[in-house]
Design a protein around this ligand. Structure first.
Ligand code: SF4
Length: 335
């Protein structure tokens, strides 16, 4: 019996550095469960990395391999999901060009992320055509596969809306070619970094999937706790403490977590002991990730084979879409 056709899901990650617990709980564990139910396409967004990292592009190739190792470590299964590299499927670029012709400039200029990133990343010159146009590239990524769903957090809904608007405009101007992709809303799971702010590479506060147990122990040792708790005798507030958040995620015994919370409030437990207990559970809870990650890297040519296979599968589908796009627009079709 053949498996019924599964609906298609697409998402990607920019290869700009190691993935961390924020990525694991914010996206990857969700992807791992989606691959059971949907025909998932997950891509390494190396062209997207260029939109803001064009001055340090030399590290992108090495980051691709590590990123895919992180994905495999998290539990993505190349037998169930298609893992591929954006720049290996040139159809994304062709579709970007065609969609760029019909995307009004105002849609891009009013994109909230465009303004926000220009204001925040002042060290980089983001006044480029590529950066302004990246929502069009995102639309191309999604529409090249005629994806039905895109997993997004609430804050990314405006991006998906631009893709839906572009799809509608194309369908209106030419011929009904693209379905409007729907959001698969991902529960926001913001993991705090070691300094209590949102975990992010740019803050240097990450616990990485590739970190060894000793590195995790060293990082947790210096982790921020409740900032009001200056001395061992001061009562603490576990709700504002990033260490307690990780107890909740990784401690196998919920009763003990509640007890730690109560002991913190009553100043019966010190932060040093509390961290020691937490980090051992964190290490146990992420052991399978590190093992799968290391196994993927240790097999010669394995990651390259996974990507070669994924690139071919992705290309077959995207080139089929581009045939339909060229025909709809009235451009010569491929021989
Ligand atoms: S005792 Fe634990 S939960 Fe309380 S502030 Fe210290 S590290 Fe955080």
């Amino acid at each position: 019996m053949t498996e019924p056709q599964r609906e298609r899901v697409l998402s990607g990650t920019r290869p700009t550095g190691r993935l961390h617990l924020g990525h694991l709980h914010g996206a990857l564990l969700n992807w791992v469960s989606l691959q059971q139910q949907y025909d998932c396409f997950f891509f390494v967004a190396d062209w997207h990395a260029l939109t803001s990292e064009y001055e340090t592009s030399g590290v992108i190739a090495a980051n691709v391999r590590e990123l895919v190792a992180d994905w495999l470590g998290a539990g993505l299964d190349p037998e169930r999901a298609t893992l591929f590299v954006q720049s290996k499927v040139k159809e994304h670029a062709e579709l970007f060009l065609i969609l760029g012709m019909i995307t009004p400039l105002g849609w891009l200029e009013r994109n909230p992320t465009y303004k926000e990133m220009q204001e925040n990343l002042t060290a980089k010159d983001l006044s480029t055509f590529g950066f302004l146009g990246y929502p069009v590239l995102q639309a191309s990524d999604i529409l090249a596969y005629r994806a039905h769903h895109v997993p997004v957090g609430v804050d990314q809904l405006p991006h998906l809306e631009i893709t839906r608007e572009i799809a509608r405009r194309f369908n209106f101007l030419f011929r009904n070619t693209f379905p409007e992709p729907q959001a698969l809303l991902t529960k926001s799971s913001k993991v705090a970094g070691t300094d209590g702010r949102k975990m992010s590479k740019s803050y240097g506060n990450t616990l990485d999937l590739a970190d060894t147990p000793d590195t995790l122990r060293a990082k947790v040792k210096t982790m921020f706790t409740d900032p009001q708790r200056k001395r061992r005798n001061d009562p603490g507030d576990p709700e504002v403490c990033p260490v307690y958040q990780l107890h909740r995620l990784y401690h196998p015994d919920a009763e003990r977590v509640a007890e730690i919370g109560a002991d913190c409030r009553a100043a019966k437990i010190g932060c040093v002991d509390c961290k020691k207990e937490m980090v051992e559970h964190l290490i146990t809870g992420t052991e399978a990730v590190r093992e799968r990650r290391a196994a993927a890297l240790a097999r010669p040519g394995y990651i390259e084979d996974v990507l070669d296979h994924g690139n071919l599968r992705a290309r077959a589908i995207a080139s089929h879409t581009l045939d339909a796009v060229r025909a709809a627009v009235g451009l010569p079709t491929e021989p």
